[in-house]
Structures are given as structure tokens and as C-alpha cells.
Design a protein around this ligand. Structure first.
Ligand SMILES: Nc1ncnc2c1ncn2[C@@H]1O[C@H](COP(=O)(O)OP(=O)(O)OP(=O)(O)O)[C@@H](O)[C@H]1O
Length: 297
């Protein structure tokens, strides 16, 4: 597969803040890549640079091996975190308006079908539900049949059903072979949908790869997850003091990595067995391990 987009020695500085710090990255044509990171990690800045919306302080951005040109905007589609839509236009007319901005555009009927908007095609955008509005924004980002689709936190604020529906559509678009670049705070979805995840913090890339591969590289252990309400303060202190265990605390749980059952038998004896789970590590554990932060819900 060929490299569609790459950055070399990329940095971006806002007055006092280094938002992107000497990043190198390649994205392959047809790859679905998800950027994860705590607030302020630099995801939006990097995305805006990749979209050609922001000029980096230093470094290169290459599309198919060449510097970005004016034509680049015709070849990409962007679903921004928030977009103002023209008042009083129906879904169909909004799509027609956006299509007129491009040299070539997909037929409106195709977009309506692809993003499951037929039931609302004659409604104005302010009468749409949150999920329908996001599907309209998705359709607008696909108007020019882009080679690369950028989705910046597309499902934030949607209910779980609307979120699942949205990701199903993205899955179908991915199956058409488009390159998709996503930022999201939903780990499970990133793990399911993305071929590659990139975990960022403080303007740097901490790791990049397939979620399952990264998890197996970083964890050789199991994880014991104990709800905090089951642990007294002295109990927590004694767990933290056990040298052979790696212990992390989230807002709700104490997460203990262990290799051997005997390492945690003492703990299990003291804690009531209710609400305790033993499981394989997942992407959120890797995120916590690398960044020390939890994702915003
Ligand atoms: N226009 C700006 N002027 C000054 N500082 C900025 C500006 N935009 C972003 N920053 C700072 O740059 C850093 C990276 O911000 P960025 O928005 O790229 O992070 P993010 O990972 O997208 O965060 P979030 O998940 O909260 O959207 C942060 O410290 C932020 O405060």
C-alpha cells in the first residue's frame, strides 16, 4: 500500500505552548487511523495541520509525496467538531449547496442513501436529532468523494445508539477503501474501527500500531480491577506498597497488573469478592499506562 499522507519533523508552537513537538508520521492509503490523547495532547492541532487548515511552525506535510497545494482541499473531506449550517435550507438543499463548492461531487441521492438521511431529506437542519445532524455533517464531508476523510470527535455528545449507528456508517465508508483519520475519546470504538491507533501526549506520539498488537507489546500481565468503594485507605496503601505489583488508580477503580495468582491472593482474601473483575488489558489500560490520564467521557 502506498503512503498517502506523511509528516516529517513537524512542530507547532502557540506563543508559550509547544502543541506539536517534532512528530514524524506516515499514513497509508486506505488506512483507518485514530488519534487518542488526553485534553491538550495536540490531536486537534495535528489534525488541522494534516487538513491543510493550519500551517505548522516547522516541518513538512506531504500528500502522495508532495507538498500540499491549493488542489488538496478538493481531495479531502472534513467533519469539523462544530459546523455552522445555513438556516432555512433542507438537508437536500444543504448538500446541493456544498456540492456546488467542488469541481466534482457525488450525486445527492447517493449521499442521502450512504448516510441514511432519506427520512429527513426535506427537513431543515435545526429540526434534526443529534445523530441525524452528525450524519448530515458526515454526508457534507463526503460531498466531493474525498480520498481522505477527517472526522474530528464525530460522536461526542451522541447517545450510545446514535453513536453505534454513526460508526456503522463509517465502517461502510471504510469498506470502500477510503483513508479515514479520526480523533475520538471513545476507546472501545477506536479499538474496533481503526486499523491503527496513535496515542499522543504533550505534542508527541507515544505509540502507533494496531490496538491488539500495542496492548500485547505493553502488557504481559492480567489486570485485577477493584471498585474503589471496596477498598479502605489502609488497604489501598498496603496494595500500593507491594513491590511486585503495578498499581494504577482511575476515578472509580483500582487496577492491579499481576503475573501470578499468588501475588494477589492476599488482596482477594481481604476484599469482598463482589464487583471485582479479572480481565485482559484493553486499549484504555494502554492509554492510562502511557499518558497517566483518563479519557474524557
Ligand atoms: N489557538 C491557540 N492558542 C494558544 N494555545 C493553543 C491554541 N490552540 C491550542 N492551544 C494549546 O495547544 C495544546 C494542544 O491543543 P489541542 O487543541 O491541539 O489538543 P487536543 O489534544 O486536541 O485537546 P482536546 O482533546 O481538549 O481537544 C494545548 O495546550 C492547548 O491549550
Amino acid at each position: 500500500m502506498s503512503v498517502i499522507l506523511s509528516v516529517e519533523k513537524l512542530s507547532h508552537q502557540y506563543k508559550q505552548t509547544t502543541a506539536i513537538n517534532n512528530v514524524d508520521l506516515t499514513i497509508t492509503a486506505g488506512e483507518c487511523i485514530g488519534f487518542l490523547g488526553p485534553n491538550g495532547a495536540g490531536k486537534s492541532t495535528l489534525l488541522e495541520i494534516l487538513e491543510g487548515v493550519k500551517t505548522p511552525t516547522s516541518g513538512k506535510v506531504l500528500f502522495q509525496g508532495r507538498q500540499l497545494t491549493k488542489h488538496y482541499k478538493q481531495q479531502i473531506g472534513i467533519q469539523f467538531q462544530s459546523t455552522s449550517l445555513p438556516d432555512f435550507l433542507t438537508v437536500k438543499d444543504t448538500l446541493l449547496l456544498f456540492a456546488s463548492f467542488y469541481h466534482t461531487a457525488l450525486p445527492i441521492a447517493t449521499l442521502i442513501e450512504m448516510c441514511q438521511l432519506s427520512e429527513v431529506e426535506n427537513q431543515t437542519h435545526y429540526t434534526l436529532s443529534g445523530g441525524q445532524r452528525q450524519r448530515l455533517l458526515l454526508a457534507l464531508s463526503l460531498v466531493n468523494d474525498p480520498e481522505i476523510l477527517f472526522l474530528d470527535e464525530p460522536t461526542t455528545g451522541l447517545d450510545p445508539q446514535a453513536r453505534a449507528h454513526f460508526w456503522q456508517l463509517v465502517e461502510q465508508i471504510k469498506a470502500q477503501g477510503k483513508t479515514i483519520i479520526i480523533t475520538t475519546h471513545y476507546m472501545e470504538e477506536a479499538q474496533k474501527l481503526c486499523d491503527t491507533v496513535v496515542i499522543m501526549d504533550r505534542g508527541k506520539i507515544l505509540c502507533r500500531g494496531a490496538a491488539a498488537q500495542l496492548i500485547s507489546e505493553h502488557f504481559h500481565q492480567h489486570i485485577l480491577s477493584i471498585p474503589m468503594e471496596l477498598l479502605s485507605t489502609p488497604m489501598l496503601a498496603s496494595i500500593n506498597a507491594m513491590a511486585n505489583l503495578h498499581v494504577k488508580q482511575s476515578a472509580t477503580h483500582c487496577l492491579i497488573e499481576y503475573n501470578h495468582m499468588e501475588d494477589i491472593v492476599a488482596i482477594l482474601r481481604e476484599v469482598e469478592n463482589r464487583g471485582i473483575t479479572m480481565r485482559q488489558p484493553h486499549l484504555e489500560d494502554l492509554f492510562m499506562k502511557l499518558t497517566g490520564s483518563e479519557l474524557r467521557a
